[in-house]
Design a protein around this ligand. Structure first.
Ligand code: ATP
Ligand code: MG
Length: 276
């Protein structure tokens, strides 16, 4: 994979969750948008190969998608759709393609060769994953530089998030996770939710994830979804948009702190083999 070496410092960020419907796609979209508005080049990738819907959030009907990348004559750049001129692009997923949910080694190799060869120019690669722990979700999470787990204060979301962390830890030895608490009422809510998750991880797994931030529950978000406009454009001063901006700033700090290490890393790492 010689073309996989990235001369720049792209940061790949996998957005995942245990429970579905917690806000991953909207957070991935609006974080990408916030980073773009701050002057960075961002690629939002819909990697929810079960139920892709970022195209709907953007009001787009793309012609090509992730599945086309398996055709030898198609390059990743041909599949990308510009969302905003000058640096916010989108790579659509394919829905209802079972092979993509449990990609075999050959498929992953083709995909990641193509992605790594084309995407080194982006500052951020935001990967919106499906809920749960399909093999594709686990692989992409392991191959990304940063893993953001979206959790809500609901107990079911907490237990499902813990389950995802446990699988990634036991199967791949990962201890590096960032927690984004969505749909909170207050900073105390964020702290309490993160505290419970962090205590469980520390107690049973021997490490604690980091807190990335909290995003308030805000009617402006479903309103933006209904209008098919990113929240950051529809209501940039809304409480949720402000919180998302703070999270984007934190992601930028993470990228800055890893500049040296990122210089010699591919955008997506090598294909992981789970521990037996
Ligand atoms: N901060 C928030 N405030 C209010 N509503 C929210 C917030 N975050 C998410 N929602 C609601 O949750 C819905 C689901 O969000 P989204 O589609 O982003 O979740 P998801 O985790 O990507 O779901 P899936 O697991 O199905 O992919 C949104 O359409 C919105 O109505
Ligand atoms: Mg989603």
């Amino acid at each position: 994979m010689s073309q996989a070496i990235n001369p720049n410092t792209s940061l790949s960020v996998a957005i995942l969750s245990g429970k579905g419907g917690v806000g991953k796609s909207n957070l991935a979209l609006n974080l990408s948008y916030a980073l773009f508005r701050a002057g960075h080049r961002a690629l939002l990738m819909d990697f929810d190969v079960g139920l892709a819907n970022v195209d709907v959030l953007l009001g787009l009907s793309p012609e090509k998608n992730l599945q086309d990348l398996f055709r030898p004559e198609i390059t990743a750049a041909e599949v990308v759709v510009p969302v905003e001129p000058g640096g916010f692009d989108f790579l659509p997923a394919a829905s209802g393609v079972p092979e993509l949910l449990e990609m075999d080694d050959d498929m992953r190799e083709i995909l990641f060769q193509k992605l790594n060869a084309s995407f080194a120019d982006y500052d951020y690669l935001m990967l919106d994953l499906g809920a749960g722990i399909s093999q594709t979700v686990l692989s992409v999470a392991v191959m990304s530089h940063v893993r953001v787990l979206v959790v809500t204060p609901e107990p079911t979301s907490l237990t499902d998030t813990y389950a995802v962390i446990k699988v990634l830890h036991t199967q791949y030895g990962i201890t590096d996770f960032h927690i984004l608490v969505n749909q909170v009422e207050s900073p105390a809510d964020t702290k309490a939710t993160y505290g419970r998750l962090s205590a469980a991880c520390q107690h049973f797994l021997g490490f604690a994830p980091e807190l990335l931030g909290g995003v308030r529950s805000d009617p402006a978000l479903p309103d933006a979804v209904r209008r098919q406009i990113p929240l950051m454009r529809h209501a940039p001063r809304s409480p949720a948009a402000q919180d998302i901006l703070n999270v984007a700033v934190k992601l930028h700090r993470i990228r800055q702190s890893r500049q040296e290490a990122l210089r010699n890393m591919p955008v997506l790492g090598k294909i992981p083999q789970p521990r037996k």
